[in-house]
Ligand binder design. Structure first.
Ligand code: PBG
Ligand code: ZN
Length: 307
């Protein structure tokens, strides 16, 4: 594969903030910035010139706009909604827009669900996720990316979207998302580290069997997922491979923030980093992932690292 063939398989993540002219480097993710919509527009345009045609958008919400249930998510003030509208208006169908659906970036406690009687409550969370998904579909996303890992959220979101007439909005499900220690830099970037509770009640245990992951994938597909994702990528290549062998839906892998930081931190120089990124992204593709969400996408294409 050459660079331009690679481009179709890569999804570049972005962190979107409110305001104007904001272009703030993220210490834990060197080379990735938190950007307001106006700056994001320029970044995406230059990425598209490199061949990138898909973006994954995450919000970073100021502490002062957060509350227990993440109300901000489905209001017009949500920078994710504003970014989606502007990108759609400017690029039409030539850009594939995927937007994150979860609560952890909007809640004051940083958890992915609603807290009821001292625990993260699966069923009380579902209507909030669906409301978010509808607001993003109204704004024009191609795919809502469900990163929360609540049970039956794909079915709930799917039926909510259909009731609102959004019959063509896609669902990318984080189907096998592990409670991982590789998310640290992301949580720093999005200020979404949970103050209490954490992720282990809903994200998967890395000690669980491959079959468990296959079951999660099957359920999400049955409930209406269009793309299934495994996350993180490198410690779970066996899962990607097992899912890809069976799945009738496209398989995506998320090469997460900790994996990105890890390669950056051991690279002797740019050339060395490029060779590691090329080798790594090949391993993820070889395991069966058609799509890779990676913070390396932009640099890799710009520098011609991928062969
Ligand atoms: C939020 C979410 C996380 C990531 C993507 N969506 C973090 C988490 O679950 O705490 C991690 C991505 C990365 O590390 O790059 N549900
Ligand atoms: Zn979350």
């Amino acid at each position: 594969m050459n660079g331009s063939q690679w481009a179709d398989h890569l999804i570049q993540p972005h962190f979107v903030v409110s305001g104007n002219g904001v272009d703030e480097p993220i210490d834990s993710l060197v080379g990735i910035n938190r950007q307001s919509v106006d700056v994001l527009m320029e970044t995406v345009a230059s990425d598209m010139a490199l061949g990138i045609s898909a973006v994954m958008l995450f919000p970073v919400i100021d502490k002062s706009h957060r509350d227990a249930t993440g109300t901000m998510a489905s209001t017009p003030d949500n920078p994710l909604i504003q970014a989606t509208r502007s990108l759609r208006e400017k690029h039409g169908e030539s850009l594939v827009i995927l937007a994150d659906v979860c609560l952890c970036t909007y809640t004051d406690h940083g958890n992915c669900g609603i807290i009821v009687n001292g625990h993260i409550d699966n069923d009380s969370t579902l209507p909030h996720l669906t409301r978010q998904a509808i607001a993003l579909a109204d704004a024009g996303v191609d795919y809502v990316a469900l990163s929360d890992m609540m049970d039956h959220r794909v079915a709930h979101v799917r039926s909510g979207l259909e009731k609102e007439g959004h019959t063509t909005t896609g669902i990318l499900a984080y189907s096998a998302k592990y409670a991982s220690s590789f998310y640290g830099p992301f949580q720093e970037a999005a200020h979404s580290a949970p103050s209490k509770w954490g992720r282990s009640s809903h994200q998967m245990d890395f000690r669980s069997t491959v079959r468990e992951a296959l079951l999660e994938v099957d359920m999400d597909i049955e409930e209406g997922a269009d793309i299934v994702m495994i996350k993180p990528a490198l410690p779970y290549l066996d899962i990607i491979s097992a899912v890809a062998d069976r799945s009738l839906r496209p398989v995506a892998a998320y090469h997460v923030s900790g994996e990105y930081a890890m390669l950056n931190s051991v690279a002797k120089d740019d050339d060395h980093l490029g060779r590691m990124v090329n080798e790594t992204l090949h391993s993820i593709r070889r395991s069966g992932a058609e799509l890779i969400v990676t913070y390396h996408a932009r640099r890799a294409l710009e520098q011609g690292w991928l062969t």
